[in-house]
Ligand binder design. Structure first.
Ligand SMILES: [Zn+2]
Length: 260
């Protein structure tokens, strides 16, 4: 096993093959697709192809890997899979009750933070400023919640209300690697980081250092145990529409390695 510096504890240790996006999500997708998950790339010249890629890279030592898994990942995935907490379907979204919102918001932050450190090509666009990276590292190291006033996570439930559109079930097997959006705060611009997981769409806002973003009624506040997760129409997400559109074109022009 390669020995290097763990990005969380900064100790010299053998590093594990860490997954930026939890491996169980990939395992679920690959299993349902009988090992033939389809990868749609946003790049114009990359053909539609089968994929078994789960984007692992050597980032964390064993103990830190377990820390992230136990403190954030396991619980959050259980909530998203309906194993922890209670859910009810409401007109405006899915209502979660009896959940630990702190863990879910910090789980999303751990994904983005790991993506920042990963050398895998698909995460190259994910960059976090040094001060915020360090703030996140220290919070994850001692399992301290990220500041509620600066880091905001909005979680949406994906849906498609068009006729003959995507089913709710199909969204669970749809995974988009993280990407960045540019936002404006007064005259300062700042990034938000977007990811889809298990049929949910998350946006993590990291404001300029020392500033806070005005509260959005829908953010995952770390002081409550419930959350009304609003619906978002998949075709209202420009980045997804762009990737789908580009890949429909590829299909038409034969830029595809998938046998139909
Ligand atoms: Zn470590």
């Amino acid at each position: 096993m390669k020995t290097d510096i763990c990005v969380l504890c900064r100790q010299h240790n053998p590093l594990c093959k860490s997954h930026v996006i939890p491996n169980s999500i990939f395992r679920g997708i690959f299993k349902k697709a009988s090992g033939k998950a389809i990868a749609l790339s946003s790049k114009e010249d990359t053909p539609i192809a089968y994929s078994q890629e789960s984007y692992a890279s050597r980032l964390l030592c064993k103990s830190c890997e377990q820390k992230i898994d136990l403190n954030y990942e396991k619980y959050s995935l259980n909530v998203l899979r309906g194993i922890e907490g209670k859910t009810s379907i409401e007109e405006k979204g899915v209502k979660f009750k009896d959940i630990n919102t702190k863990k879910i918001r910090d789980f999303i932050a751990t994904i983005i933070w790991r993506a920042h450190h990963s050398e895998n090509d698909v995460f190259r666009i994910i960059k976090i400023k040094p001060q915020q990276q360090e703030e996140m590292r220290l919070a994850f190291l001692i399992n301290n919640p990220l500041s509620n006033s600066s880091y905001k996570v909005i979680m949406y439930k994906l849906r498609d209300s068009t006729s003959n559109g995507f089913s709710n079930e199909s969204f669970r097997d749809y995974m988009m690697t993280p990407f960045i959006r540019k936002n404006q705060f007064g005259r300062t611009s700042y990034n938000s980081y977007v990811i889809t997981l298990l049929g949910y769409f998350f946006e993590l806002f990291i404001p300029p250092v020392g500033q806070t973003i005005p509260n959005n009624s829908f953010h995952l506040c770390n002081k409550t145990h419930e959350y009304l997760c609003p619906y978002i129409e998949i075709l209202d997400i420009p980045e997804i529409v762009q990737v789908l559109g580009r890949n429909i074109e590829k299909q038409k022009t034969g830029l595809s390695n998938i046998s139909s």
